[in-house]
Design a protein around this ligand. Sequence first.
Ligand code: M6R
Length: 365
Amino acid sequence: SKGGFDHFMMKEIYDQPQAIHDTLMRRLDEDGMIHLDDIKLTKEDLDGITKMYIVACGTAYHAGLVGKYAIEKLAKVPVEVDIASEFRYSDPFIDEHTMLIVVSQSGETADTLAAMKLAKAKGARVLAITNVVGSSVAREAHDVFYTWAGPEIAVASTKAYTAQMIAFYMIALDFAYKKGTITLEAYHETIKKIEALAPLVQEILADKDEIEKIAMDMKDAQNAFYLGRGVDYTTAREAALKLKEISYIYTEAFAAGELKHGPIALIDQGTPVLCIVTQEALEEKMISNIKEVKARGAFVIAITRKGNTEVAKVADDVIYIPGADDLLMPVLSVIPTQLISYYVSIARGNDVDKPRNLAKSVTVE
Ligand code: M6R
């Protein structure tokens, strides 16, 4: 049921604090240590892994991009992220020191499944992050992390994505602890910070009317752009996918630093440019990018941390979200972008839960 909401998508956006809470809390023991029950990797196994691939499609691929940041930063293993339909045919370099992590909400995506079969055949250790117990991807994997997001019905993925990011933070922390690349103190501190995300998501949801008003400023656009740097570029990519798939507005995400290498030619009078500005070290650079697109006529909607006074001086609209560690910000910054996609799509008279031409799970290659 839609739980009193008009659409499954909105219900699922609102399920996110619970999904984050369940995915994390159900795996902590009384000492606050993470237990990944269906992951059997020992310290020896992990020490033998010199390279990881994360492979998925669509939104799950974007969660993988966040996963790369988390695993490289905490567990200190190099990670490559690829789209399943590309990975399969790229003759990937895999041996017994390679780990493949696949991400799939449904656990039934054909290309993702094929990618893991290929990696397994070449000797990789395969870990699956999935939301569906007993799904094909779960059955094919050596190790499984189940996200506890609950059933996701809307075609546009929302709560599965936030739960997948939480899964990556936890996997990265667990691996880091086993490998000895993190202190016990930092391990516990990070878990506390992940725990704190659920109420912060709730806080953003409480601003939904304000976000709806801002969304109305761009509802008639023919095209739109998302910009970000670092892990904010990942949020930009996920946000662009969400907006295009349900609003049918042509939307692209760009790494803000690439603007001058071509994309800025697309900016015209009134073009909506949505800027994600949450990474402290990259903020100044983002502000220069906002000025650049403004000078070409863009209408800038920025998403930034509360307390940031600089962004409001250059952007047309600002959505403020609570702050967290840079690495955890994607869980918060994606929330307003989901709401924007939803409200714009409704305003354009679209069927948000069942966008045209799309299926919930893509079981053909
Ligand atoms: O079930 P999966 O996670 O494997 O699905 C992957 C993509 O098909 C899916 O995330 C798709 O991109 C969504 N419609 C995005 O909202």
